[in-house]
Design a protein around this ligand. Structure first.
Ligand code: AMP
Ligand code: GLY
Length: 424
């Protein structure tokens, strides 16, 4: 009998994980809670409807469907202790405990962790409420970045454009993101300049191994303008990573592995490290901007088509504390993913009918987010709708494939960035 797996979440990230898990000969069935209509169209896959935070119903489902292990997608489930819940109920689970996921859900905790372990990160102060933060901002002209401490749906960071707008950014963070909760603690940071990179580590509680790096596009519109979003596109960066491998290993992965090997960081799951590559006297220093305790979205959608090994086996080995580098293999191709979103995203939008989508091929794949069937018609709930991923020998062929196909999708009031991986 093969493996039965439950994936938690409903986005393009979860669709791409289900799709890749389904390719494993070890796997019989993949269920996704709550899932989406794209997942339902995959071989061996079925959405089961339970909310990502409805732990009790998920557990009953696991027990009656002989689930072998659970894979956690979203940050809020991790921050709510979903991994502790499954572990306490003796069900194998891929993801960090609530305490370990603090690296994502508390920016202050992450910052103190980085500083204590000498991992490069921007200079910072802690602001104890608005008055204290204002005072410290006025007294330290290097403070230009303001970060809320908790999970904020991608709206927790304000970067001042220039010195004149520092106090406006600080006030906006308290008024908009922190709902005028003027006592909240925040991070005050130095602004760094450089290219950004998302590094993905897979961890088995005892060690962290690099998967690869991706670039994602956080701003809504071309040329990195408009509001921050969950991500409007991404591409894999194996080559750039290969060039920086030694520096990243020395400055980031080794210190993390040192803590893991002496049980000070019993972390299982994906550790997503948001980096800024800062130029310094002819060399590049990777500074850590943030940690996430999960796979990225849309980064996972561009990683999965290039992963040339058995994902189910890889995740199971991580859960069992048995990871080794020979389990991880990548194809030599490139991939580019472009997100189709409703025109109003990142603000809310209304449901729309999905009128036409092109067929998936060997080098093109659509991953759905939040789609559903009603009365035999396919609908989207809006927000980010699809990630359209092209793969090819070069970035150009991968990008051309993604754009040729996304152009033909018919859903009213939607749009996409036209500059994803455009400089490559
Ligand atoms: P974070 O959620 O901490 O990754 O921040 C979201 C985005 O804000 C990052 O992807 C960067 O573009 C920007 N950002 C965060 N911290 C800094 C910093 N210290 N200097 C410059 N930009 C930053
Ligand atoms: N792409 C950014 C994230 O997953 O948080």
């Amino acid at each position: 009998m093969g493996l039965n797996i439950l994936v938690i979440g409903s986005g393009g990230r979860e669709h791409s994980l289900c799709w890749k898990l389904a390719q494993s000969d070890l796997v019989d069935a993949i269920y996704c809670a709550p899932g989406n209509a794209g997942i339902d169209q995959e071989d061996k896959c079925k959405s089961v409807g339970f909310d990502a935070l409805n732990f009790e119903d998920q557990l009953k489902f696991c027990r009656s469907n002989n689930i072998d292990f659970v894979v956690i997608g979203p940050d809020n489930a991790l921050a709510s202790g979903i991994v502790d819940f499954y572990q306490n109920n003796n069900i194998k689970v891929f993801g960090p405990t609530k305490t370990m996921a603090q690296l994502e859900w508390s920016k202050i905790y992450a910052k103190e962790f980085l500083q204590k372990n000498n991992i490069p990160t921007a200079k910072y102060l802690i602001g104890h409420g608005l008055d204290d933060s204002l005072k410290k901002t006025k007294a330290n002209n290097w403070v230009n970045v303001f970060k809320a401490d908790g999970l904020c749906l991608g709206k927790g960071v304000y970067v001042a454009e220039n010195s004149a707008t520092r106090e406006i950014s600080l006030n906006d963070l308290y008024d908009n993101t922190l709902n005028k909760n003027y006592d909240s603690k925040i991070l005050l940071e130095e602004k760094l300049e450089g290219d950004e990179m998302s590094l993905f580590l897979i961890c088995d509680g005892k060690k962290a191994l690099p998967l690869t790096t991706c670039r994602d596009y956080k701003r809504r519109y071309n040329n990195d303008t408009g509001p921050n979003t969950g991500g409007m596109g991404a591409y894999c960066q194996h080559e750039l990573y290969n060039n920086l491998e030694n520096t990243i290993d020395e400055k980031i992965i080794k210190p993390i592995n040192k803590l893991m090997s002496c049980s000070e960081l019993p972390y299982t799951g994906i550790l997503y490290v948001g980096l800024m590559l800062v130029k310094n006297n002819g060399s590049i220093i990777p500074y850590v901007l943030e940690f996430n305790a999960r796979f990225g979205d849309p980064e996972t959608q561009v990683m999965m088509p290039l992963l040339d090994c058995d994902l189910a086996k890889l995740l199971l080995m991580a859960i069992d504390g048995n990871l080794s580098t020979d389990l991880i293999k990548w194809s030599m191709a490139q991939s580019v993913g472009v997100v189709l979103a409703s025109n109003t995203y990142p603000n809310l939008s209304k449901a729309q009918v999905i009128e036409y989508t092109p067929d998936n091929t060997n080098n093109f794949k659509i991953f759905h987010a939040n789609s559903y069937f009603n009365d035999h018609k396919l609908y989207t709930k809006g927000g980010r709708i699809f990630t359209c991923v092209g793969t090819g020998k070069t970035y150009k062929t991968a990008r051309d494939t993604a754009y040729q196909n996304i152009k033909s999708i018919k859903i009213k009031d939607t749009s996409y960035r036209s500059d994803i991986a455009g400089h490559l």
